[in-house]
Design a protein around this ligand. Structure first.
Ligand code: RUQ
Ligand code: CUA
Length: 674
């Protein structure tokens, strides 16, 4: 299976309605296109010798086979993993020198870290225990989700409707709020690339409590909190559109704009935006509250791939946040759709002189990520189409007149570098999308070596296959722990039992706690984890930093919703066509046990789970009325619907709560009007 050449295995039959184009032809075409783009970068990066290293073997063609051969295990690797229960710690399968601790967590024991995964176009956040890699829970954010009743009760439905009424989102970059550079356990923020939104998850109840539909943008990609104290939430708009996008300038791409947005993390209101040249991509901040540093591509402002990759340079933007706030306070903006928009393009008057509000730092074309080191010294910008990582010295941003000179190192790391993460020992790890590897390198050695040098490289490990983000534990805070790293691989190909043409992704757990002078620099692959498509990024916090509630505190929704005790259960007829039903729920009954409404009534149902016992959850479903609530202990939910079909409707509990769960019912009678 896996040892076969993918292209041959997938070759179409010669007959039938589909032209018999061999998959290899497409792979070759793609490879040729990418090769031409990379070649441009090489010719413009004279420091890089050794051009042969740039030859490609891309995902669609030989990657699966190459990596199996490289791992020296061929089909055996899959077999070893499938049987990994017998291995010490639950699975040190390949690339192992055997010193990694096991990642298995014994039954009844807890993981050391929480991992929060974005879920891509599934739209949610997933909570995964590390190191076990067990998925613990999902938090719906931009999606509708029945098990948690998200999008079904009035509160969450209204929140989703007010945020644009979209039925899905594309969550990419989860961020944890910080105080003094450390995760403070308060909020998690995440972007929606699809519909240009950002959302906040409350980490007491692990529920989405706010979604902001950002004006003047299409596709919010990069998203981060400002270190060290979460004074702002930043969001990058990726796609360039007319400003405002109301039909003007549709045929004049030169007038399209991409903006950098600042939000207030408490109110989730948009505070201001900065218009820039190029497409913004990823953003991270320094640790002192001054600079937000964003990668960007398409400085050419093209609208198709050839135009977007034509030039050899793109420009990272360093936003001087206090200076921009000063410009906003001084009224130096134009208001667009109610948002102050500051001009941060190169031609802007605010960028003249010695203290521009946005610094444009030249990098090889089309870089992808920006990640700031835990000590705040450097920002790493991975090349994507260049085999290098550009190291920006953050202190120089304020003092160096020539922005190009803020780049103090540019190690050559391998093909397709996308994201960088850090341990607690001054070492960096970069994902190599095209090479399907993680490369470990020493930061100070890279700064002290000539640009394009490989001196800083400590080792490489194969991953399976095509990693996007990689994240090490707590690496986005000032407290990296340096023990575990996860590579979020976009393709799993032959790693798991086949489940049809749409494959799971493959998140791989790598132990990085030990440095060694071997091929991998001490990195050890410890586990494969199939994941539902398609997480982009993850962030981890030690369990001591997170204190979730196990029971709701009704004081948190006082004034919004009534806490309905058993003796307060009742039916209030508001007027001829409106009824408000107040209900309680406990093991194993609802109060009231039945109620009647009239055909055509608008019914609001307020239901409280009056139990305070941990993990005793009740549901409330009304068949054929699309009503579905999940009620955690001491929580109250409301739902409004129109009782437009006369008849008997059995209300039942969806969470298995007791031996009398099946009997936990109530009856809604809808009386005919006539
Ligand atoms: S981006 S890898 Cu949002 Cu790198 Cu996906
Ligand atoms: Cu309550 Cu089942």
């Amino acid at each position: 299976m896996g040892a076969e050449d993918d292209a041959e295995a997938d070759a179409p039959a010669d007959s039938g309605p589909v032209p018999a184009t061999h998959p290899e032809d497409f792979a070759r075409e793609h490879e040729a296109k990418l090769r031409s783009v990379l070649a441009d970068v090489r010719s413009e990066t004279p420091d890089l010798e050794d051009a042969d290293d740039l030859s490609l073997e891309l995902a669609g063609l030989n990657l699966g086979r190459r990596d199996f051969v490289k791992a020296g295990m061929a089909v055996g690797a899959a077999g070893a993993l499938a049987g990994c229960a017998g291995l010490p710690g639950g699975g040190n399968a390949d690339d192992s020198n055997g010193s990694a601790p096991g990642h298995a967590v014994a039954p009844g024991e807890h993981d050391e870290y929480y991992g929060f995964w974005s879920a891509g176009h599934s739209g949610e956040i997933r909570i995964v225990g590390v190191p076990s890699m067990r998925e613990l829970m999902r938090i719906p954010v931009f999606n509708y989700e029945a098990a948690r009743g998200y999008g079904y009760d009035d509160g969450t439905r209204r929140m989703l409707e007010d945020a644009g009424g979209y039925t899905w989102g594309d969550s990419h970059h989860p961020n944890l709020s910080e105080t003094d550079g450390k995760y403070d356990g308060k909020y998690l923020f995440v972007n929606d690339k699809a519909n240009g939104r950002v959302a906040r998850v409350n980490r007491r109840y692990f529920e989405t409590d706010a979604i902001t539909n950002v004006p003047n943008v299409q596709a919010v990609h990069g998203c981060c909190v400002q270190s060290p104290d979460t004074d702002y939430l930043f969001a990058n708009s990726e796609f360039r559109v007319p400003l405002p996008n109301d039909g003007r300038d549709v045929n004049d791409p030169g007038k399209y704009a991409s903006v950098f947005t600042a939000l207030d993390p408490e109110s989730m209101d948009v505070l201001w935006q900065v218009e820039v040249d190029g497409n913004l991509d990823i953003v991270d901040t320094d640790k002192d509250g001054r600079w937000a540093i964003a990668s960007a591509y398409n400085d050419e402002e093209g609208v198709e791939v050839e135009g977007m990759t034509r030039d050899d340079r793109d420009y990272v933007k360093a936003f001087d946040v206090p200076a921009i706030q000063g410009a906003v306070d001084a009224g130096e903006f134009e208001e667009v759709n109610g948002v102050p928009v500051v001009d941060g393009t190169r031609e802007s008057a605010l960028n003249e002189g010695d203290d521009p509000i946005v610094r444009y730092i030249p990098t090889p074309k089309s870089p992808h990520c920006v990640e700031v080191t835990p000590d705040g010294t450097y920002a790493m910008v991975a090349g994507k189409l260049s085999p290098t990582v550009s190291i920006i010295d953050i202190e120089r941003l304020a003092s160096e007149p020539d922005p190009a000179k803020t780049i103090v190192g540019q190690p050559k790391v391998g093909l397709g570098p996308l994201h960088t993460t850090f341990d607690d020992r001054g070492q960096a790890y970069t994902s190599l999308f095209i090479d399907s590897q993680v490369v470990k390198w020493d930061i100070e050695t890279a700064v002290n070596s000539p640009k394009g040098s490989e001196d800083a490289i400590l080792g490489k490990i194969d991953v399976h296959y095509n990693p996007g983000h990689i994240q090490a534990v707590q690496a986005m805070s000032t407290e990296p722990t340096g023990d575990w790293l996860v590579a979020l691989n976009k393709l799993s190909k032959d790693r798991f039992l086949p489940v049809g043409p749409i494959h799971p992704d493959n998140d791989q757990l790598i132990y990085i706690g030990e440095d060694a002078a071997d091929e991998t620099g001490g990195m050890e692959l410890v586990a494969d984890e199939p994941v539902y498509p398609e997480p982009h990024d993850a962030i981890f916090a030690h369990r001591d930093k997170i204190e979730p509630a196990t029971v709701w505190d009704p004081a948190d929704y006082e004034g919004e919703k009534e806490y309905v005790t058993e003796d307060k259960a009742r039916i209030d007829r508001v007027d001829d066509s409106t009824v408000h039903v107040y209900a309680s729920s406990k093991r194993s009954e609802y109060g009231p046990r039945e109620f009647s409404v009239r055909e055509g009534d608008e019914v609001t149902l307020t239901v409280t789970n009056v139990e305070g016992s941990r993990d005793i959850i009740h549901g409330l479903a009304i068949p054929e009325y699309d009503v579905n609530l999940a009620l955690a202990p001491k929580d109250t939910r409301e739902v409004t619907f129109t009782a437009d079909r006369p008849g008997v409707y059995w209300i039942y509990c969806t969470y298995f709560c007791s031996a009398l769960h099946l009997e936990m019912r109530s009856r809604m009678i809808v009386e005919p009007r006539s």
